[in-house]
Design a binder for this molecule. Structure first.
Ligand code: HEM
Length: 146
């Protein structure tokens, strides 16, 4: 797939480095999102038990949400460059489904106060979260090969 024939933002077409730059921003967002979720999920599994989970969550969740914002903004800008191609790209469509599942899992985790309970369900949900985000990354990379 490589650099797409731009149909979206004229600015993206005008600067050949714009799309690769968006991919770099996308990867930085992924690192912030997934890196901080892994930190918090390890704490839910009992790592660094001396660290208060709420205090850690206040920092890690803010950074993870900032990462998601960066990923979503750069992803939508890249999407705007080739909407028709991406909507028929199975890797992209599966990826968007997985992003929604990961979001739903996170919402259910916090709705039942998983950070307060730190029980078996909370550990299962954090393991599921990690699995889903890794699959999103795999699909994201696969987009260019479909
Ligand atoms: C939330 C909305 C998102 C949208 C609209 C979106 C959209 C895109 C698009 C259009 C591409 C470029 C495909 C290409 O031209 O090769 C891409 C690449 C990628 N995305 Fe996303 N994405 C989103 C979220 C995510 C998330 C949450 C992750 C991981 C946690 C992710 C991981 C990746 C990866 C690994 C790539 C390949 C980057 C590269 O090879 O340079 N994306 N995404």
């Amino acid at each position: 797939m490589g650099a797409p024939a731009f149909t979206g933002f004229p600015a993206l077409a005008a600067h050949p480095w714009a799309y690769p730059a968006l991919e770099v921003v996308h990867i930085v967002g992924i690192a912030l999102l997934v890196g901080n979720l892994v930190l918090l999920e390890l704490r839910v599994w009992g790592a660094a038990a001396e660290v208060p989970v709420r205090a850690l969550a206040r920092l890690a969740l803010v950074l993870a949400l900032a990462g998601f914002g960066i990923v979503a903004a750069s992803g939508l800008a890249m999407f705007s460059a080739q909407p028709a191609d991406l909507l028929t790209n199975r890797a992209f469509v599966i990826k968007m489904g997985l992003v929604m599942l990961a979001g739903l899992n996170a919402a259910l985790f916090h709705a039942r106060d998983g950070l307060g309970k730190l029980d078996r369900v909370a550990r299962v949900q954090t393991a599921l979260s990690l699995g889903l985000w890794v699959m999103v990354i795999i699909c994201g990379r696969w987009i260019a090969y479909r």
